[in-house]
Design a protein around this ligand. Sequence first.
Ligand SMILES: NC(=O)c1ccc[n+]([C@@H]2O[C@H](COP(=O)([O-])OP(=O)(O)OC[C@H]3O[C@@H](n4cnc5c(N)ncnc54)[C@H](O)[C@@H]3O)[C@@H](O)[C@H]2O)c1
Ligand SMILES: [Zn+2]
Length: 367
Amino acid sequence: MVEKIVVELGERSYDIIVDQLLLSRAGDFIDPLLKSKNVIIVTDEQVARFYLHRLSNALEEKQIRYRSIVLKTGEATKSIASFGELMEQLLEQKPDRNTTLIALGGGVIGDITGFAASCLLRGVDFIQIPTTLLAQVDSSVGGKTGINSRFGKNLIGSFHQPILVLADVSLLATLPKRELLAGYAEVVKYALINDASFFEWLEKNAAAMLTGDNVLMAEAIVKSCRAKAAIVAADEREAGKRALLNFGHTFGHALEAETGFSDQLLHGEAVAIGMVMATQTSVAMKLHDASEAARVVSHFETIGLPTAPRSIKPDWDTDALMEHFKRDKKAKDGALTFILSRGIGKAFVAHDVLKSQLREILAQSCA
Ligand SMILES: NC(=O)c1ccc[n+]([C@@H]2O[C@H](COP(=O)([O-])OP(=O)(O)OC[C@H]3O[C@@H](n4cnc5c(N)ncnc54)[C@H](O)[C@@H]3O)[C@@H](O)[C@H]2O)c1
Ligand SMILES: [Zn+2]
């Protein structure tokens, strides 16, 4: 069943459509929104192999003219160099201000294409067709776009909202299991932030939805997108409440940086561990009961997500991790800001988290 979520942002409002077998019907949703029947699809090699022909056919059915640009698969594609190359390739197609870009892929493609759309001819429309679970529940929604610098991830970018998001649950069938689970960590994030009943729902349904029950999967994606849409609508540019979406991420980013943003630790895996560490920090600060933290750990263990840095590698440099915390772009005026919780579904922004407390958590979970 087609589900529609509206991201309410005034004149920048847009729909997120969630359903199975959506890609072959993409033209029905895209065509009415185009300023001209000219689009450029940006995708990666792996996604192109599976799905580019399906999107092409859907556009042809509506007589939409398209070109496609196929980028290399992987995070390295979000470099300044490949962004420059993408801009040149886009300009080669002689776009005008009415041209629309379509990002067909995971978060890497969505981020770089969205950023390209915000820069091309000072800004053109773009549409997100996310193909990973992470992109369907997180990166395609909310308008954060960007690329990486040697000084860190996502440091170059813009807020540029898409005009439409099409999340086709059926596309997840070809996604490697490990990527699916990593994306699932972001689903749990929404539950842990402000929806305890969603967490209960996930405890009951996660195993089935992660092994091919697309009806349940669609429901989880809709709940996640609704949660993100509400937070983004309340705080588009992260002046306040949107920071809650970083639950688990300050810990997670530090772990990712220390593993070189490599396949050793996927972003979602780092976030799963980070959420456990944030929950444990909250317990240590007597913000909530240890049994709530145990429930989170037990859920991740059942599903097959990691819950502690020590399960990734044995020799963490905890001083280096502390340095990352201090450098995290969410740190203000030297005070350490973390998203903590007062229990499942009760996350909040905590300023002044004690360094000694963090050292203790690191000592417990890294060794
Ligand atoms: N903009 C935001 O708000 C936001 C939020 C979270 C993450 N991100 C960014 O998202 C990126 C990570 O996104 P990701 O996890 O989707 O990674 P990704 O885009 O690299 O995709 C993961 C892998 O899955 C493959 N793939 C994609 N869809 C597939 C499918 N349906 N079938 C088979 N293979 C498929 C890709 O080719 C790739 O190898 C990071 O760069 C991160 O910074 C952005
Ligand atoms: Zn994330």
